[in-house]
Ligand binder design. Structure first.
Ligand code: COA
Ligand code: MG
Length: 294
């Protein structure tokens, strides 16, 4: 699993995480071959009520049987307020196989992350908390900082908009997205953006992903194979951006002054920090490049 250096240590490269309903075996097998940094085996909303038990068993079977290569293996459990979460957590605690990361949906406060940590007992799995409500948004910094197992925040726009009663536009998403990125960064973590649900709308997907990238998200969830190349391209530093970052570091190390000029723009210590971030992301990226090949 490629890693990216971060203030908190090393966190998996997560430009694109592909959701798959865990009870759909053909899609799960296909996902394990596709150009994504991680596969999220979903036990939550993409699985019907009658299929919850089978999806849980199928997810664990998939971890045992399928080679996901260098892709991060994530399981999204059911929400803690649902009737299925306790069984999901017990299965993860007792299973012979384990995912790399557990995605906890609908997190409203740090107590829910702490409950998951307790339920998993001695399994120190990485955690990703999905913020999908107004309460969750206002508690996002506390949620991000509440456990050393936390590795990021995930934005779920559908449930968030259902909670606040808004409609999906770039404007309505600006505030929650901005808060989420700042909350994650305040704990040294990363933020992953919500999936784009309109299948086939390539131009809109790209605009949506780019808006998230500009706000500071390091990656975005996907729901369909066709979305992966677009999301990978948006969240992978371009050769021009990498060349700029290298020029910044070279200029900074070749002179005694703190301030200098790059491409006609004043640069100083903050520019060096930005350049280091670009190069850290690029170092993780070559394993599955812009064309998505591993
Ligand atoms: N992961 C892996 N493979 C997928 C996939 C996914 N998320 N979505 C589609 N595919 C595969 C299909 O199985 C099909 O494979 P095949 O050509 O080998 O038979 C191919 O990609 C084309 O699929 P397509 O026919 O265009 O899609 P669909 O109509 O079968 O499915 C969805 C559409 C939305 C139901 C499906 O993409 C899906 O299940 N997405 C994930 C939903 C999810 O997990 N949601 C929870 C988070 S919001
Ligand atoms: Mg949701």
């Amino acid at each position: 699993m490629p890693l990216v250096t971060n203030p908190r240590g090393s966190i998996p490269l997560r430009r694109c995480l592909l959701f798959v309903p865990a009870d759909q075996d053909a899609k799960v097998r296909k996902a394990a071959t596709l150009p994504c940094d991680g596969v999220i085996l979903d036990l939550e909303d993409s699985v019907g009520f009658a299929g919850k038990g089978e999806a849980r068993a199928a997810a664990l079977r998939a971890l045992a049987e399928i080679d996901f290569g260098s892709r991060e293996r994530l399981i999204r459990i059911n929400g803690l307020a649902s009737p299925w979460a306790a069984d999901d957590l017990a299965a993860l605690r007792d299973s012979r196989v384990a995912p790399d990361t557990v995605v906890i949906p609908k997190v409203d406060g740090p107590d829910q992350v702490e409950a998951v940590v307790r339920a998993l007992e001695n399994r120190p799995l990485q955690l990703l908390a999905a913020i999908e409500s107004a309460r969750g948004l206002f508690a996002a910094a506390e949620i991000a900082g509440c456990s050393p197992q936390m590795t990021g925040l995930f934005f779920g726009d559908g449930d968030y908009l259902a909670d606040i009663g808004g409609q999906r536009t770039a404007q309505t998403l600006l505030y929650p997205r901005s808060v989420l990125v700042a909350a994650a960064a305040s704990a040294g973590l990363i933020a992953i953006d919500t999936p784009y649900l309109r299948l086939g709308d390539v131009a809109e997907l790209e605009a949506d992903a780019r808006a998230a990238a500009e706000l500071g998200f390091v990656g975005k969830a996907a729901i369909h194979p066709d979305q992966l190349p677009i999301i990978n391209a948006v969240f992978t530093p371009t050769p021009e951006r990498i060349a700029w970052a290298e020029r910044v570091l070279a200029a900074a190390s070749s002179q005694a002054q703190g301030v200098f000029v790059i491409d006609g723009v004043m640069a100083d210590a903050m520019t060096v920090r930005i350049a280091e971030r670009v190069l850290a992301a690029a170092r993780g990226a070559p394993e599955r490049g812009r064309d998505g090949k591993s």
